[in-house]
Design a protein. Sequence first.
Length: 91
Amino acid sequence: IGKFGAAKDQWFSSFLLQVENHSSWHRLFVDPLSRAMYSSDGPDFEFVQQKRKEGLSIHEAVWQLAWKKSGPEMASLEAWLEEHEKYRSVA
């Protein structure tokens, strides 16, 4: 890999892993909820704070932020959760 694109634009973090004399670069991709929960972006912080003032729990506020920023991924995540809840109820 010659160059990583800007992590902020591509929703990943890059890190260097060093073990003894070996080193390699890796990309860490996380789910939309983690991206929303750990965002340090000012507007994201303000969004969550506003939702908290409106009476939402921190979990609900982060969930809404994740939907706002990553709607298609959240739709896939919710579909996956619904499908797997069926199996969980049966077990």
